[in-house]
Structure formats: C-alpha cells, structure tokens
Design a protein. Sequence first.
Length: 212
Amino acid sequence: MDAEHVGLREIKKQMTRDAIATAALKLTEQKGLNEVTVDEIAREAFVSPRTVSNYFASKEEAVLAAGDLGIEEVLEEFNSRPSEDPPLKALCELLSDYAREHPEHLRGASKMARLEQLNPTLRPFRIAREIEMVEVLSARVAARTGTNVTTDLYPSMVASAAMSALITSLAIWSCKELPDESLPSLIQDAFNMITAGYPLDRESPDPARTPV
C-alpha cells in the first residue's frame, strides 16, 4: 500500500474517532453519562457499536476524547527545540504559542471540568489521561537532558510542573470565563511562578486577575 493510501486511511480513522467522541459528548451533555449507552453513541455517530468499542474501551474515554488537549504537536516540537533551551523555558514558550494559535482546542478541554462535576465517573479516566501525558513528557525531558526517567527526579519533576501549570491555567481561565487572548499570558505567569520558586507576593496582584 502506498503512502497516499496509508495517509487517507489514517485520516478516515481519525474522522471516525472524532465523530464517536463528539457523539458521546453531545449525548452526555443532553442526558448525563449514566443514561448514555454505547448503542446510542453508535447511532449518533453513524457507526456500529462494535466500531465504538474498537476505538474506545469505555464511554468515559470517548467523552474525554472530545475534550482532548491536543498538545501532541507541542510534544513533537519540544524535541526539535535548541538543546541549550532549559526544558521549562521551552515548554512555556511552546504551550503559550499553542494556546494563542488553538484556543478552541483548550476551550473544549476546559469544558470537561464542568462536565466532570455533573458526571463524576469521568474523573478517574481524566486523571489517568493526565498521568499518561506526564509520563510521555517525562520521557522526552529525560531524552533531551540525558537523565533517567526511572531513577532521576529531574525529568518527572519538570514534566509534572509543566502539566500542572497548563492544567491550573486552564481551570482558572474557564472558571473566570476569561477571553481567549488571556490564556497565553496566564500560562506564562504560571511558569514564571514555578521558576521563581512559587513566591507569594501579597502586594502584587494574582496573575489570574491581571488585566489583559
């Protein structure tokens, strides 16, 4: 099979996955996750129940896929950044740029927090997904810095701090219903707080309150 056919097949698979995730999210918003069945998701997505099960192990995974952070391209770009750039600096710049260019992806991800309050069975699946992202990022930090992801503190600490900065920024952005253009600076403020050692300056405004 030539490269063009392989590419088309992958595009079709991604479209099917997106359709299933969108259907699962729509039905969950309408009636609550406990009332949604795999058969209903399949009908809404115009696929068979077996196809739904082939793409997702559970309806919770399907719902969360609709709000995926979509930062895989950030992780790929992280590998190509100049080696002299400190990992946190590189991640801050990449995530801020991503937020500036793709706020719609992150808006969808932030909406999951509210949905989770109404559908608490989503929580363990969301936590598992975040742990997976930290593990992937830890491995990339280790490869970039020549450290060991299993025996060294550094790669996992950097990855955890970066993901915490992103997730906390998203939560505040969503909770306060801030405009899209405020998210990049909020992410930068979060990373600055990390690199400064989490100082608490009561005379300075909270970064989340800083006008855009």
